[in-house]
Design a protein around this ligand. Structure first.
Ligand code: GLN
Length: 461
């Protein structure tokens, strides 16, 4: 813990991964663990971790990368945080992210972007950029991120760490500040596949209060498999008997050579380990980005209505014209939300408005269903599908920030999975030949079959 805190202190002025460091409590808890001695019942005994700043941790500020939540300190733990704590983890602090997890580069954070540790002129990816940076730079041994449309997998790819987006419903969203409620999932980011499996195992599973009422009604009442044992066993196994599908839309034109070469090498390794490689198709991929942005913005506009300057965080002062209730809302929201968040609230409100609902939101919901069917058809006869997490490696800071549409299009290979509700994993497989930046391979599996992800990823590591 002390070593992590030292690294954070030395690196954070440049990398900006941590928005809040809880050094005092972290050391106090780590010392208490030392005094008590190792506890084999606690899978994460003394492991220093950190959490994306959209997850509530009791007594730590939670900003969601936004000015509007300045001064908000939750009085309770998100379920996933509570479970890490119960497993003996030490919390170092809260990690930078795009504002309310809206972005692909960490640049929409009101507190400045985290920087990619492999090249500090480049973005770490987003929105869980701080989580990826902290893990890649050795500031913590693992982190939690959240993934609404790729926010765990894409920064994992950009920073060279492992990230898992669990099946929708695998992990409780209780205490996760909602962005797109039907898409959001918290998940682990770690240095190795086995570490990610261990973290996921701790945070996954049904979530009920005393008395049996669900804390997150979409959290599935399913048992959690022993993924750590799976990774352990996979170390000595090859991939014989497993089939990996390559969706042609994920391997065609538009993928940078930088990304293609390491990915192709990884597929060759899988083949040499005995995997059967099969060509498959996800023909509706071209509709994924527009469908995703309609659903995500619609849900965001509704979820963000609660930030009104009254209930949480920062309230605009009367001096700024906030002297009636409506003006208070307007001033607080205008000052508190950044440009990207305001754009999404406007567009989301528009697609939900009377007269446009059928044309946009209902249509998107229908296409979403079709996208899921696409995946299920492609996964029929395959254990996993494999492709890139992003068409390019980490780009330069500032490069896309003024072109939101172009930035949205970069999400082409991650957003479908959230629309379909399926699990995915991204693992580092090499470096881009021209940029020298890390490149990740993304795996997709059937609903609640995270086991297949670990089964394939562990021997490939
Ligand atoms: N880049 C996507 C967006 O901006 C995904 C973000 C996420 O997964 N939280 O919505």
């Amino acid at each position: 813990t002390q070593e992590c805190l030292d690294r954070i202190a030395a690196q954070n002025p440049v990398l900006n991964a941590f928005l809040h460091v809880d050094a005092g409590r972290a050391l106090e808890y780590a010392n208490a663990l030392d005094d008590a001695g190792p506890d084999p019942a606690k899978a994460l005994w003394g492991v220093p971790l950190a959490l994306k700043d959209v997850l509530c941790v009791q007594g730590m500020p939670c900003t969601c990368g936004s000015r509007i939540l300045n001064g908000f300190t939750p009085c309770y733990d998100a379920t996933v945080a509570a479970r890490l704590r119960e497993a003996g983890a030490v919390f170092l602090g809260k990690l930078n992210c795009d504002e309310f997890a809206m972005g692909s580069s960490n640049e929409t954070s009101a507190y400045g972007p985290a920087r990619n540790p492999w090249d500090t002129d480049r973005v770490p990816g987003g929105s869980s950029g701080g989580s990826a940076v902290a893990v890649a730079a050795g500031q913590c041994f693992g982190a939690l991120g959240t993934d609404t449309g790729g926010s765990i997998r894409q920064p994992a790819s950009f920073c060279g760490v492992v990230g898992v987006k669990p099946t929708y419903g695998r992990c409780s969203r209780y205490g996760l500040v909602a962005y797109g409620s039907s898409l959001d999932q918290p998940g682990p980011m770690a240095r190795t596949v086995a570490d990610a499996a261990q973290l996921l195992q701790c945070i996954a599973g049904p979530d009920t209060r005393h008395g049996g009422h669900p804390k997150d009604s979409t959290c599935a009442p399913l048992p959690v498999p022993d993924w750590s044992a799976e990774c352990e066993a996979a170390r000595t196994r090859d991939l014989a008997g497993l089939t990996i599908g390559l969706p042609e839309e994920y391997w065609g034109d538009g993928i940078d050579d930088d990304v293609r070469a390491p990915m192709e090498a990884a597929i060759e390794t899988a083949r040499s380990l005995g995997a059967t490689i099969k060509r498959v198709s996800l023909p509706l991929t071209k509709y994924a980005v527009p469908t995703y942005y309609i659903v995500a913005m619609a849900e965001a506009s509704s979820n963000l209505a609660r930030f009104d300057g009254v209930r949480y965080g920062r309230r605009a002062p009367v001096a700024d014209g906030a002297d009636s209730l409506l003006d208070l809302y307007t001033a607080s929201r205008s000052q508190g939300f950044g440009e990207e968040v305001q754009r999404r609230i406007l567009l989301g409100t528009y697609v939900l408005s009377a007269g446009y609902y059928d044309a946009y939101y209902r249509k998107a919901a229908q296409v979403r269903r079709k996208l899921r069917e696409d995946f299920l058809a492609a996964l029929d006869g395959c254990d996993v599908l494999a492709g890139p997490a992003s068409p390019v490696a980490a780009w330069k800071l500032g490069e896309l920030v003024d072109d939101p549409l172009k930035m949205y299009l970069m999400d082409i290979f991650t957003v479908s999975l959230n629309l379909a509700g399926l699990p995915g994993l991204c693992m580092p497989v090499g470096r881009g030949v021209s940029t020298g930046m890390p490149v990740g391979l993304q795996l997709f599996a059937k609903a609640f079959d995270e086991t297949a992800l670990f089964r394939v990823a562990a021997p490939l590591e």
